[in-house]
Design a protein around this ligand. Sequence first.
Ligand code: IGP
Length: 275
Amino acid sequence: MPATPRAASVLDEIIAGVREDLAAREQALPLDALRDLVADTAPALDPMPVLRGPGVQVIAEVKRASPSKGHLADIPDPTVLAARYAEGGAAAISVLTEQRRFKGSLEDLRAVRAAVPTPLLRKDFLVTSYQLWEARAAGADLVLLIVAGLDPHELAELHAEAVSLGLTPLVEVHDEDEVGVALDAGARLVGVNARDLRTLEVHRDAFARVAPRIPDGVVRVAESGVRDAADVADLADQGADVVLVGEALVRTGDPAVAVRDFLAAGAGAPARPPL
Ligand SMILES: O=P(O)(O)OC[C@@H](O)[C@@H](O)c1c[nH]c2ccccc12
């Protein structure tokens, strides 16, 4: 039986939960009050000069759990892990803030913000502008926008609003067609997620297949399933400017050494000048 495109995917289910949690937070803190908090927050950092630089840069993720793997690591204090990532030379740190499946929180993001000077990515399923303001109020510098989770018009609006808040959007795609949608929305930082969020399957060839569609001048991020330095070297050969790594870093004994090893493996990659 052919799959019907309208059947609820894993991504749909995650987003339904995200919307429920979001409604509760919006009740507790109206947008006006949130905007006041943002007015008192230091401006966002611009991660792009470093991400465009020579070599493959590393975005290291604070990740306790995932829908595909379940429990990954306890991480009782995310600031300890984040400090190790910063010490290893991570260009940015990704903090999962989705609670139900990934066991993250905005509190994690705030705590990490207070602990490290590194640019921070709010890693979540963003569907409304309120979440952009939340990200900024918690000290995020980047936000994830997932093409598969938004209609193209919403994506373009959230992208523009994120930029107007000083945030750098990381626009996530999984296939060639989504690249066009990301670029139309104005993306300058595009992540190819090897994992299909609709089915949770990893497609190891996704980056090699999709990256050639991403024009020069746009920074290419390889996301998910990066296991070791050899994977980083392969992705560097395939044109990756950045790797985003969670599981392999939260499970290793020494996250600083692991980040450093990944940076060394990608050190030969050329810089990507702006368009
Ligand atoms: O743990 P991994 O396989 O290294 O993957 C990290 C990151 O790519 C993954 O957490 C991720 C990519 N896109 C997402 C969107 C939402 C939540 C999580 C993700």
